[in-house]
Design a protein around this ligand. Structure first.
Ligand code: ADP
Ligand code: MG
Length: 604
């Protein structure tokens, strides 16, 4: 038989490759804008005709290209951004495949003008369907202008497949917004059919968001900021009351690259838990920075999906950070005390889930006073081990700690009168505050307190563990043992320590300080049940699930009598929480009634 295998000619190979890179005009826009950014541009102009079908032109003031490079950039796998495969793990540029220009040049009429700063004259190259039609020296500004005309002119099937101008323009604007949001320090101009659509000056992130989405956006934004060893998070979310029926302005950027991640989106939405009306969506603009080596952006050809090494930890940190900000900006003002942001020690993640070696970080927000208050307050809740009765949970309160808490919580001259509490029907606590009264559900409030405490000890602190004098042997069925085994690391973080696992038994050698020996079985059984019930979500965050489960099992229940000191401590602990207003299960923990509202009741 004769040989039948042939190498495809370059222009055919490029056309095939183009199918992957260029789906529609917006794909070209994305590639050209990213090239301009990679070239270090400070100012980028995007000119469009007919939704990009007739013309897409990007003009930048970046570093430009030499005459040789101007020709070479249209070759497949021609890139200045990586040299060897390892470079992929340390990417600081948007592009790296060296495919975009080759692909675009295969399916359009392309005109490139470019000049490096050191050169007197620049180069102009015209290409049609991968063939160079002309190359000349021209006088042009430093930087690059790339015009892409008549996209898909030689692939009628693709051209016919394009949607209406309105839809294609929408796609382009989406890409443009993503790039512009990722780079607030660069100025961007967008003209469509000679009309100015956007004229964005170089500015900061907040101004950039407002410039794109309108001035009304300004008041809706709540800043987000967190820095840990694994990740830095910055940006804004919108307050829950501005959540929209339609999913819209939701942006994640990882190392200045827009990405889509339903996983991280879940973390954000989850953080709003209980604050959103059903089926409404918060907007967010979140900028994550992680070490380039901890992500893989190579798994998707158009690079909007990436893989993280520490996905679960990132989930937990993101969620906790957003909850924290929501707590500060939405809930605190309801009670008219000034919560000092500096008093809130955010969850810091120190690499506990077997990530990297834990480092010691200095927390700039750390406030030793706050920590003191915390410890003193919490002792009675968590140190009480000798009794099983919930009623004794709040004994042994150091009274001195009361005054100082009172001051942080209830500012104003009437502080001496506030803080009085009354328990109602062994279920609620009524407390006077500056503006009126607050009614607290003792059980939901305690759930919130325990939940945050567990979450913190699981993700942040060294485990607070107590060794048992006599290890406890717990009998379970094998599927249950499996669940406990799969959570072993997380449980150890929470303060458990285990001996041998067999098919039917597990030996418990140590437990968290907030748990008593007699609660071990019930707390583990409840956890197993909760994990079982939460199957679809189980992969998301076991930390959260465990903290929820423990808090539910351990929280004081309706019917427990609390002494006045215990009540006050519950109140103080609740309002030291990052998000005091709702229980971990979305129930309100308290309600305030202002003096005005009380007046209205009596003066109707
Ligand atoms: P990649 O961006 O993956 O490297 P491209 O096909 O998009 O591949 O671009 C190929 C090369 O052309 C780039 O690596 C870069 O060196 C050069 N280049 C493209 N656009 C520009 C530009 N606007 N300014 C300067 N150089 C550019
Ligand atoms: Mg590129």
């Amino acid at each position: 038989m004769s040989d039948i295998i042939q190498l495809l000619p370059d222009h055919v190979a490029n056309q095939i490759a183009a199918g992957e890179v260029v789906q529609r005009p917006s794909s070209v826009v994305k590639e050209l804008l990213e090239n301009a950014i990679d070239a270090g541009a400070n100012s980028i102009k995007l000119l469009l005709k007919d939704a990009g079908k007739t013309l897409i032109q990007v003009i930048d003031d970046g570093k430009g290209m030499s005459t040789t490079d101007a020709r070479l950039c249209f070759e497949r796998h021609a890139t200045s951004k990586i040299q060897k495969a390892e470079d992929l793990f340390n990417l600081n540029t948007k592009g790296f495949r060296g495919e975009a220009l080759a692909s675009i040049a295969a399916i359009a009429h392309v005109a490139l003008k470019t000049k490096e700063d050191s050169d007197e004259l620049g180069s102009e190259i015209k290409i049609e369907g991968s063939k160079i039609v002309s190359q000349e020296f021209v006088a042009t500004a430093t930087g690059t202008s790339l015009a892409v005309k008549n996209l898909f002119y030689n692939i009628p099937a693709r051209r016919n497949f394009l949607k209406s101008d309105t839809i294609e323009t929408r796609h382009i604007i989406d890409e443009f917004q993503r790039v512009a949001l990722a780079h607030p320090g660069i100025s961007f101009l967008l003209h469509h059919n000679n009309n100015e659509v956007y004229n964005l000056r170089a500015s900061n992130l907040r101004k950039r968001i407002v410039a794109i989405f309108g001035s009304k956006m300004n008041e809706k934004l709540v800043p987000i900021e967190e820095k840990t060893d694994l990740i830095t998070i910055q940006g804004f979310i919108t307050k829950p009351e501005f959540a929209k029926k339609k999913r819209g302005e939701q942006f994640f950027f990882v190392n200045e690259r827009f990405i889509k991640s339903s996983y991280l989106n879940h973390a954000v939405v989850n953080a709003f838990d209980g604050l959103l009306e059903h089926s409404s969506h918060p907007s967010y603009f979140l900028y994550l920075s992680v070490p380039p080596s901890s992500i893989d952006i190579n798994i998707h050809p158009t690079k909007t999906e990436i893989k993280f090494d520490n996905e679960k930890a990132l989930y937990a940190i993101l969620r906790a950070t957003i909850k924290h900000s929501l707590g500060q900006y939405n809930v605190a003002p309801v009670l008219d005390f000034n919560r000092d942001a500096n008093l809130d020690v955010p969850y810091k993640f120190n690499g506990k889930t077997g990530t990297s070696t834990p480092k010691i970080t200095v927390d700039p927000d750390f406030n030793p006073f706050k920590e003191e208050v915390h410890k003193e307050q919490k002792k009675p809740y968590y140190k009480e081990k000798t009794t099983e009765s919930w009623e004794s949970l709040y004994t042994h309160i150091e009274v001195e700690s009361k005054e100082s808490n009172q001051e942080t919580l209830f500012v104003g001259d009437s502080q001496k009168e506030t803080g009085k509490t009354i328990q109602i029907q062994r279920k609620y606590i009524l407390s006077a505050i500056k503006s009126g009264v607050v009614l607290i559900s003792q059980s939901y409030a305690h759930q919130r307190i325990l939940y945050e405490d567990f979450l913190e000890s699981i993700t942040v602190k060294e485990a607070n563990s107590q060794q048992l004098l006599f290890p406890v042997n717990i009998q379970l069925i094998s599927s249950e043992i499996e669940i406990i085994y799969s959570l072993k690391n997380e449980l150890e973080n929470a303060g458990f320590s285990f001996g041998e696992f067999t098919k039917t038994n597990v030996i418990i050698k140590g437990i968290p300080v907030s748990v008593t020996e007699s609660q071990i079985t019930v707390i583990l059984e409840e956890l197993i049940r909760d994990i079982d019930l939460e199957v679809p979500d189980a992969s998301f965050s076991h930390f959260d699930l465990m903290a929820k489960s423990f808090s539910k099992t351990l929280a004081i229940k309706t019917g427990s009598i609390l002494s006045e000191v215990e009540q006050e401590n519950l109140v103080n602990d609740l309002f030291s929480c990052k998000e005091p207003s709702i229980s971990p299960f979305g129930k309100s923990t308290f309600k305030t009634l202002t003096l005005k509202e009380i007046d209205i009741i009596f003066n109707k």
